[in-house]
Design a protein around this ligand. Structure first.
Ligand code: TXA
Ligand code: MG
Length: 334
């Protein structure tokens, strides 16, 4: 397939491709999405095929504004409106009951649907112009680290999709927070760009899905049960001081070992391949950098990635969640 690379002046072209049943990689503030018309079941089926995505993993529907909820969802609780007023457009996905007009291909057969209004000017234009809800998972191939630049999308999707819309690097860098509003109290199914602390300012009794905190519990977001975000190398997630982390890493062979560290630590690993993914004191820099670094280290020359685990404050919680998944669920305390 011939893939077109589109840019900031091309929102109308992207909307046209979507309306005619094509696939377009679209920028959002979190990660790039692989978009299709959410009402076109053939286009939705194509998303699963291109990504290699398991059939039981539902997609998020992206909409231009909060009013769209009325059109696609039923039994919307008042809390949904409170949350959209505070966080939309932005990195918060709400799970609500679907109306019958939402295809089961989007929800993987579930009676609920994930709704999100992304905060990226270009994609908001596309959504307005397309006039359809856009089903979009993250634009990476299934299992791989998410795509946060158009370059990443080109790497994974060139010649497999109709277009890639370059909207620059994603500001947040980790996916949206998924909040289930079909249960009381509301439950976070996936941590992301909106933090638990922020959600509790609006809904004080918001809980974390037991699947996120207790080993052995099945996560409720079907996608959270899969091995995910993983480069081909083994990832070891290490918690400890700079000195402890440096001691651990220095004992490993230089050949094949890569280091994912905080800014200021780069000098501690002479001889090793070192990438700094952000500043420990500013978790938003870590979320913005983590997938780009994991992807850069996804080469046959790297067999082991040692990642310094950040604090779980703020968006750091979502960063740790992604790194833990990349590390097969294990966190090593030094
Ligand atoms: O930031 C994001 O959310 C990005 C951008 C592109 O919007 N999208 C994204 O999509 O991360 P994806 O498909 O990679 O992850 C969606 C997650 C999956 O874990 C899926 O299982 C869950 O949302 N999900 C979707 N619909 C659901 C539903 N009805 N109930 C529970 N979980 C659902
Ligand atoms: Mg994904």
């Amino acid at each position: 397939m011939n893939t077109r690379l589109l840019g900031p002046g091309d929102a109308a072209a992207a909307a046209e491709i979507l309306k005619s049943g094509g696939l377009v990689a679209i920028p959002t503030e979190t990660v790039y999405g692989l978009g299709a018309d959410g009402l076109n079941t053939e286009a939705v089926r194509h998303i699963f095929e291109v990504k290699g995505r398991p059939q039981d993993n539902p997609l998020i529907l992206h909409v231009a504004d909060a009013q769209a909820l009325e059109r696609w969802c039923r039994d919307i609780p008042e809390t949904a409106w409170e949350l959209t007023r505070r966080f939309w457009p932005g990195p918060l996905t709400l799970i609500l009951y679907r109306k019958p007009c939402v295809p089961l291909q989007v929800t993987a057969g579930l009676e609920t649907v994930a709704m999100r209004c992304p905060d990226h000017p270009l994609t908001r234009q596309v959504l307005q112009m397309a006039g359809v809800p856009v089903a979009a998972p993250s634009a990476n191939l299934s299992g791989k680290p998410s795509t946060t630049t158009a370059q990443h999308c080109i790497h994974d999707l060139w010649s497999k999709v109709d277009a890639i819309l370059d909207g620059g690097p994603c500001r947040v860098g980790v996916e949206s927070t998924i909040l289930d509003l079909t249960v009381t109290p509301a439950r976070v199914l996936r941590p992301g760009g909106v933090t638990l602390e922020q959600l509790r300012e609006v809904l004080p009794d918001t809980e974390l899905d037991p699947g996120l905190v207790k080993p052995g519990e099945t996560p409720k977001a079907p996608g959270m049960k899969y091995r995910h975000y993983s480069p081909q190398a083994e990832v070891r997630l290490l918690r400890g001081s700079s000195a402890q982390f440096a001691d651990y890493v220095r004992a490993l062979p230089d050949e094949g070992t890569a280091v994912l560290c905080f800014s200021g630590e780069e000098e501690n690993f002479p001889g090793k391949r070192v990438l700094c993914y952000g500043s420990e004191a500013r978790p938003e820099t870590l979320s913005a950098g983590v997938f780009d670094c994991l992807r850069e280290l996804d080469t046959p020359a790297v067999q082991l990635i040692c990642a310094h685990c950040p604090s779980e404050a703020g968006v750091g919680y979502a960063v740790v969640n992604r790194l833990k998944k990349a590390a097969g669920g294990k966190l090593i305390c030094l």
